[in-house]
Design a protein around this ligand. Structure first.
Ligand code: SIN
Length: 191
């Protein structure tokens, strides 16, 4: 069965009554902001690392042939770079639908690249969600991504857009860039 976190996320009431909420994005939310926002600022969260360990049944794969997309995993000392958006609470209906395949809203502290920090939300797919795929080598992840596609398009587009967005932010992510490089070699027949 495909996971659906919409109901659980509706019960997340931490910011009820707030006129606006900061949302931290680390995956497709960096490069695809298909929602209105009041402000957008490069930011990071501490103690988390980005990993292509989440299955995608509804965007970059199907329930029978899931794609691989990112979630964040706790890691002491790690910093996950991304993009923070200030949104009004109405945007969460659309966001919960978009992130419904295993992602739960979690409260987090985020630090803006240009200074200051604030408490807000991040969508995280924990390892107990039904779509979680878990650890694999970066080469195996690239092989998986090379084959997968779903309603939002080829899985490789997700990886390439994310890698480009991180480069534009000036952030080096060894995991994402290693998978991107493996994929390029697979596509050129070198692997
Ligand atoms: C995010 O971008 O913050 C969540 C994962 C995704 O939608 O790719």
């Amino acid at each position: 069965m495909t996971a659906n976190t919409i109901d659980a996320n509706k019960r997340m009431n931490k910011f009820d009554g707030h006129a606006s909420v900061w949302l931290f994005g680390y995956g497709s939310l960096i490069y695809k902001a298909d929602f209105p926002y009041l402000e957008r600022r490069p930011a990071s969260i501490a103690g988390w690392t980005r990993r292509f360990w989440q299955g995608s049944h509804d965007h970059r794969g199907t329930p029978d042939a899931p794609g691989r997309v990112v979630t964040i995993i706790r890691e002491a000392g790690a910093i996950c770079h991304g993009m923070a958006y200030l949104v009004t609470p109405e945007e969460f209906a659309h966001l919960d639908y978009r992130e419904k395949n295993g992602y739960l809203r979690l409260c987090t502290e985020m630090t803006f690249d240009d200074g200051g920090s604030v408490e807000g939300l991040v969508y995280i797919a924990t390892e107990d969600n039904k779509a979680f795929l878990g650890q694999a080598s970066e080469l195996d992840i690239a092989r998986h991504i090379a084959k997968a596609a779903g309603p939002s398009g080829p899985n490789s587009d997700y990886l390439n857009h994310l890698a480009r967005a991180l480069r534009e932010l000036g952030k080096h992510d060894p995991h994402v860039f290693a998978i991107e490089q493996h994929l390029q070699q697979l596509n050129s027949g070198k692997q």
